[in-house]
Design a protein around this ligand. Structure first.
Ligand code: NAD
Length: 428
């Protein structure tokens, strides 16, 4: 992320611009520029060596006009209140654009989870719930995993909440392990959804997806399943992926001109999305610096790692043959770099549309929890495909009707839906 970038300012700037275009009422703007509620709390945790270490945690509820707050909990060393605010805001737009009856929230913990043992992680997760459980619930606010957290951690959190409530409440949190209240298809959902939007964009651009190429930033959950789905659903080739190397404290790009093998790369990638360089070298992958993924001669760029990845410092490196940018990550493009992409006529699939597959599947998980009846994976993915394709078509229609850039069109759709719900509830 570039040093000067504040993701919340970026989220507010994007909102302000569209609010102005829409002529949104001043009071509505004020309500939507800031989260409705925020919690910041200490998390004292007993470490394995017997000492107590104090972490900081957050939960931000941006807006719940359309339904309970929804959004992941990020465990990251560089987590800040403003990052959580930005992500909570984007969740409101994401659930609205995907047209699922949920609002926007986000949580965080300032910690490098790779430095904790499993039992320390479990105590930290339980402490997070103990601190904020009164403000959570299937009808209030429903967390999920994000960067640095996983299904097992969601399982511990659901258990802690259920203990406090004295009853089994699986719907309080999503992204739980399969067999522990989780939905089939959730692990693949975000990356799968990214590629459904790419497929729809290709149809709109009259591109034949077979033989198209992609380059991806990251090789974590979103990137891995985006790579697999790009190859399997579209018949395309993924040329490069990248990752952050925690030992070297830098990022690398891994390239194979005839296409990477995502299954092989997954087999040499740890749970934090770091690819083993030595094993990759042995398999003849070319290893370059972390920005190299951006300058590849491909049809589709998929930033699926971190926010602030495409900035004014590197946007000029995007190859002239790139036709689509599909934002798998949240906030990967700074507003200034976004303007360059728009002016170059590259088709943008904005984050809160493109990566809405995760939250949509989380919603399916809650529905299944409520029914206490679980769908087979094919049914989950089929429903997800439909929802994502509908979300894309809704935004595209808005873009064509009003001659808007896709990101602005996605904002129009989302803001209009949230405003309508606020009006119907008599808030405005
Ligand atoms: P992850 O932790 O599983 O993977 C992150 C990947 O990014 C790892 O491969 C890591 O090495 C890499 N990375 C980190 N810093 C990097 C850098 N500077 N350069 C190159 N690579 C770097 O995370 P994830 O769940 O895949 O999430 C990725 C992004 O997608 C985040 O912005 C997240 O908020 C967003 N997102 C995730 C989901 C989901 O369901 N997991 C849903 C919607 C959005």
């Amino acid at each position: 992320m570039s040093k000067e970038l504040n993701p919340f300012k970026m989220a507010q700037q994007q909102f302000d611009e569209v609010a102005e275009q829409m002529g949104l009422e001043q009071s509505v703007r004020e309500m939507l520029r800031w989260p409705m509620r925020e919690f910041r709390f200490q998390l004292p945790v007993r470490m394995d060596d017997g000492t107590i270490k104090v972490f900081f945690g957050f939960r931000v509820q941006h807006n719940d006009a359309r339904g309970p707050g929804k959004g992941g909990i990020r465990f990251a060393a560089n987590e800040t209140q403003d990052t959580v605010r930005a992500l909570a805001t984007w969740m409101t737009w994401k659930t609205a654009v995907a047209d699922i009856p949920l609002g926007g929230g986000k949580g965080g913990v300032v910690v490098d989870p790779s430095q904790l043992s499993d039992s320390e992680k479990e105590r930290l997760c339980r402490e997070w719930i103990d601190s904020v459980w009164k403000n959570l619930g299937p009808r209030n606010d429903v967390p999920a995993p994000d960067v640095g957290s996983n299904a097992q951690m969601m399982g511990w959190m659901m258990d802690e909440y259920s203990k406090l409530r004295g009853e089994y409440v699986p719907g309080v949190i999503t992204g739980k392990p399969v067999g522990g209240g989780g939905s089939l298809g959730r692990t693949a959902a975000t990356g799968f959804g990214v590629i459904v939007t790419v497929r729809e964009a290709m149809k709109h651009l009259n591109m034949d997806s077979v033989g198209t190429t992609a380059s991806i930033q990251g090789f974590g959950n979103v990137a891995q399943y985006a790579a697999r789905t790009f190859i399997e659903m579209l018949g395309g080739k993924v040329i490069s992926v990248s990752c952050w190397d925690r030992e070297d404290k830098t990022s690398y790009t891994f390239t194979r001109k005839d296409g990477i093998d995502p299954y092989f790369l997954q087999s040499i990638t740890d749970q934090y999305g770091t690819i083993d360089k030595e094993e990759a070298k042995k398999a003849h992958y070319v290893i370059e610096d972390g920005d190299a993924w951006l300058s590849k001669d491909v049809d589709v760029l998929i930033p699926a790692a971190i926010e602030g990845a495409i900035t004014m410092d590197n946007v000029a490196q995007i190859h002239e043959n790139v036709k689509i940018v599909a934002e798998g990550a949240n906030g990967p493009t700074t507003p200034e770099a976004d303007a360059v992409i728009r002016d170059r006529g590259i088709f943008m699939l904005p984050d809160f549309l493109c990566n809405a597959g995760g939250v949509t599947c989380s919603y399916f998980e809650q529905v299944q929890n409520d029914m206490n009846y679980y769908w087979p994976e094919e049914e989950v993915l089929e429903k997800l495909d439909q929802k994502m394709a509908n979300a894309f078509q809704g935004v595209l229609k808005m873009a064509l009707d009003k001659n808007l850039y896709m990101r602005d069109a996605a904002y129009w759709v989302a803001i209009a839906r949230v405003e309508k719900a606020m009006r119907l509830r008599g808030w405005i």
